[in-house]
Design a protein around this ligand. Structure first.
Ligand code: PBE
Length: 300
């Protein structure tokens, strides 16, 4: 069992977003000839983003610039984005979201990334674990476990899918750890248990990071740590690990997505390398949409 410390709630953002969305439905009244609206017109030139601090939102704004698009990236939250996606799909309406994988949405819906020939979203990403300076001396056992932590995208998605089904992240993590003791044994091999040492992990409420942080938190808890998970925004997460306010994060998307934060604080943290390889970010649309590339959003 570990404590949770929710510092921010996105409920207001969700409500505002839902209202905005309700105003965006596209009624084409016509007396005979059907008006053919472009995708941009149908979407009111809106890309559905997540929290403003997320790297994928910044990259989407970069894409708008790189491709000369007429679109605005609307920030909200990860939860509001997946709700908007699910609503659009239920009505077979167009939608463009800032997406990433690993993510349960690819298992739940038939989706596609838009091609990104200009590379605004970068290439394949790794998710790294980052410790505060001094953790290796202060908590060598936790440091070793965090350094060993490595899993596959499919592992993370297994956790994410169950959380999306409505189970508590902590319960799903407990179950995953119990069912994957072979993997956990590799992360904890040769590491001594401790007796109630306090450790803090910071994370952002992205579905992927809710999964990873709860799983590694459960592993550390099983090794005797008194674990607190602190939910913050992206910028503050990096600031917290660089300043030593948190002990570690397992949510560093590199080299592109969080590259600006990484560069800003380089030398002020200890990079433990990837805990997951082959992650990706980009613009994601339902497969039924008749576009394949970000270039298809360019209008004269
Ligand atoms: N994400 C998930 C984050 C990193 C993890 C892709 C939404 C971001 O864009 O910063």
């Amino acid at each position: 069992m570990f404590k949770k410390n929710y510092m921010k709630f996105a409920l207001v953002a969700v409500a505002v977003f839902a209202l905005a969305l309700a105003g965006c439905t596209n009624d084409v009244e016509n007396g005979g000839e059907e008006a053919v609206l472009s995708i941009g017109e149908q979407l009111d030139y809106t890309i559905t983003g997540i929290d403003a601090g997320a790297g994928v939102v910044r990259s989407a704004e970069q894409a708008v610039e790189d491709y000369g698009l007429n679109y605005t990236v609307q920030s909200s939250s990860g939860a509001a984005m997946t709700q908007a996606l699910s609503d659009a799909i239920a009505n077979e309406e167009p939608i463009i979201v800032t997406g990433w994988n690993p993510h349960w949405k690819f298992a739940a819906y038939d989706l596609k990334y838009l091609d990104d020939p200009k590379g605004s979203f970068g290439e394949s990403e790794n998710i790294n674990s980052i410790a505060r300076l001094g953790l290796s001396e202060d908590m060598p056992e936790a440091y070793q476990i965090l350094d060993n932590f490595f899993w596959e995208g499919s592992d993370m998605e297994d956790v994410m899918i169950q959380v999306n089904n409505g189970e508590e992240p902590e319960d799903v993590a407990r179950q995953w750890v119990d069912e994957n003791q072979d993997k956990v044994a590799v992360w904890t091999e040769g590491v001594d248990a401790v007796d109630g040492v306090e450790i803090n992990l910071a994370y952002v409420a992205w579905d992927s990071e809710i999964a990873s942080t709860n799983v590694i938190g459960t592993v550390l808890s099983d090794m005797g740590y008194d674990v607190t998970l602190t939910q913050v925004e992206n910028g503050p997460m990096w600031e917290a690990v660089a300043s030593g306010q948190t002990d570690a994060i397992v949510a560093a998307w590199l080299p592109g997505t969080h590259g600006d934060h990484y560069d800003k604080y380089e030398g002020e943290f200890d990079d433990l390398g990837p805990n997951l390889e082959g992650a990706k970010i980009g613009l994601v649309v339902p497969a039924y949409m008749d576009i394949d590339s970000i270039e298809d959003l360019i209008e004269d």
